[in-house]
Design a protein around this ligand. Structure first.
Ligand SMILES: [Zn+2]
Length: 212
């Protein structure tokens, strides 16, 4: 079977952060870092079904697990993790659970070093938008992959792959880069400060994940 190559991580991060930013502004929420960063991470998450995807390589053991899962046929790239069902589980269960574990960890660290107030201050800067940012990012990923010829198994376990006939963005080609920049350009025309925040946050997320 022909290998399905993931859409470039930069494109997914840009789309995830952008959709999260638009969602925050549209729902009159403060655009805190949590919206933007979690938008970028949510934009990468569905590609954990590919051993060589950016986020998979950043998480210890995830590449080996993804390679095993795809080799046994249990998971296919753009299969289950690219479905409505996985999005519901990722948004309703996985992210809140990991979030609360991380929050407890940081709080324990703060208490451990004798400065829990620092953690509270950081928490306030981070903001409350993480859950929604993650949801927007995950949804943006499925939409972006749907624009590619291979399409996405939105209704897994049903075998149908949904893909838009036009526009059709081949992975890793100039149209993919133009698509990414058109997201920024659209934001720039709409709200320059949102475009700048999106560009900066996307760069931070990309660098953080690629050096992890
Ligand atoms: Zn994907």
């Amino acid at each position: 079977m022909r290998e399905v190559v993931p859409v470039m991580a930069r494109t997914h991060i840009a789309a995830g952060v952008a959709l999260a930013a638009v969602a925050a502004v549209a729902t009159h929420h403060a655009l805190d870092p949590a919206w933007l960063v979690m938008g970028g991470l949510g934009g990468l998450a569905p590609d954990l079904d590919h051993p060589r995807a950016l986020l998979t390589r950043a998480i210890p053991g995830a590449s080996a697990l993804a390679a095993l899962a795809t080799a046994t046929g249990a998971v296919r790239h753009r299969g289950v993790l690219h479905s409505w069902l996985a999005m519901a589980v990722a948004v309703g269960l996985v992210e809140p659970l990991l979030g609360s574990i991380l929050a407890r960890f940081w709080w324990a660290m703060g208490v451990g070093i004798g400065h829990p107030a620092w953690i509270l201050r950081l928490w306030r800067v981070w903001g409350p938008g993480g859950d929604w940012g993650w949801a927007a990012g995950y949804a943006s990923h499925l939409v972006v992959d749907t624009l590619n010829t291979t399409g996405v198994q939105w209704f897994w376990p049903l075998p149908y792959r949904v893909h838009s006939p036009v526009p059709n963005i081949p992975v890793g080609t100039p149209p993919e880069t133009w698509f990414r920049w058109s997201i920024y350009l659209g934001l720039l025309v709409w709200r320059p400060e949102i475009a700048l925040a999106t560009l900066l946050a996307a760069e931070v997320v990309y660098r953080a994940v690629s050096t992890a």
